[in-house]
Design a protein around this ligand. Structure first.
Ligand SMILES: NC(=O)c1ccc[n+]([C@@H]2O[C@H](COP(=O)([O-])OP(=O)(O)OC[C@H]3O[C@@H](n4cnc5c(N)ncnc54)[C@H](O)[C@@H]3O)[C@@H](O)[C@H]2O)c1
Length: 322
């Protein structure tokens, strides 16, 4: 693997991507990250001092910073985003700036320099899926919340750049990732920390919404499979996770954390809360990828990691920037 620029590399998925890229002997990685509340240098601490690794503090919407970094790289993995649906409902502006204008800025730099780009996207772009159905990559995008709409906008721009300029932009649209270092505002770390600390686990509505969960190591392995073997300009769903209702997820977290199920408490539902997604991932399977970590094993590892890293959680929540 050559020199890869990873935007958002100090976040959850981004930092696991950096780990995977640097696991190969010949990899070089530059991270461009703004260190919002969701990003931390601590997530990359294992690579500090490695001559193959460099961290650059900056904003993907700032072309003056982005263009020279893209020009130096052989490939770009664009993972930087504002990513929490609830925050996008409270204040969509930042989502449009980072996810649309920022993605435009990275796309434009890749077009100018002829650098291949992987856009890291979400299954939420498809909108809500009916029970028992799956979306394939040719299905239309019908986003139902501002986060998903901003990610769909980035994807449409990527499509236009392929068609108009022949830009080398490939996309992945992934299901929910979970694992160590996920900021404690998403369902799994929120449930885990509540269960570990004996606080109520806040479950939306009646907990009937269903999500498909894929362990983060498998998620980033799918990104690398697309990066190395994917057809340039193609879109790949990352599915292959384990689907279950949020209430069932909360119960499993309680069991693993040794907490009583009566800690589960129902909170008012999120407006426009998608019931489920569901992805077909035949195209990705065609690249030889398949998940390696079972949901049960991944969840047990995740609970153990949060139990051992309460200081990380405290610093993340305090907005610490080590
Ligand atoms: N987490 C999931 O389950 C999931 C599922 C599907 C797709 N995705 C996508 O994967 C990508 C990474 O998600 P994540 O969950 O790791 O997010 P995250 O919130 O953990 O990390 C995002 C990172 O981007 C950085 N960032 C934000 N705005 C920036 C800006 N303007 N300039 C530079 N850096 C900026 C943050 O500092 C942070 O380090 C996102 O594009 C997201 O849409 C995530």
């Amino acid at each position: 693997m050559a020199h890869v620029l990873v935007t958002g590399g100090a976040g959850f998925i981004g930092s696991h991507l950096v780990d995977a890229l640097l696991a190969s002997d010949d990899g070089r990685v530059t991270v461009l990250d703004k260190l919002t509340y969701a990003g931390s240098r601590e997530n990359l601490a294992g690579h500090e001092g490695d001559p193959r690794f460099r961290f650059v503090l900056g904003d993907v919407a700032d072309a003056e910073q982005v263009v020279p970094l893209v020009a130096e790289a052989d490939r770009v993995v664009h993972a930087a985003a504002e990513g929490h649906v609830d925050r996008s409902i409270e204040g969509p502006r930042e989502f449009l700036v980072t996810n649309v204008l920022g993605s435009f800025t990275v796309l434009e730099a890749c077009r100018e320099t002829g650098t291949p780009m992987l856009l890291v996207n979400t299954d939420e772009v498809y909108g809500e899926g009916a029970e028992g159905t799956t979306f394939d990559e040719d299905d239309p995008m019908r986003p139902r919340n501002p986060y998903a709409a901003s990610k769909a906008a980035a994807e449409l721009l990527a499509h236009a750049y392929r068609e108009t300029y022949g830009a080398h932009v490939t996309s992945v649209r992934g299901t929910n990732a979970f694992g160590p270092r996920q900021f404690p505002e998403k369902a799994i770390p929120v449930y885990v920390m509540a269960a570990l600390e004996g606080r109520p686990l806040p479950v939306y509505g009646e907990g009937r919404q269903r999500r498909e969960w894929l362990f983060v190591r498998d998620w980033v392995a799918a990104c690398l499979a697309v990066l190395e073997h994917g057809r340039p300009g193609e879109v790949y769903n990352i599915g292959g996770g384990h689907e279950l209702a949020n209430l069932e997820l909360a119960k499993q977290v309680c069991a693993l954390a040794g907490a009583p199920e009566d800690l589960i408490s129902f909170v008012p539902d999120r407006p426009g809360h998608d019931f489920r997604y569901g992805l077909s991932w035949d195209r990705l399977a065609g690249l030889g990828w398949k998940p390696q970590v079972s949901f049960e094993d991944g969840l047990a590892r995740t609970v153990a990691w949060y139990a051992d890293h309460r200081d990380w959680v405290a610093r993340a929540l305090a907005g610490a920037r080590p």
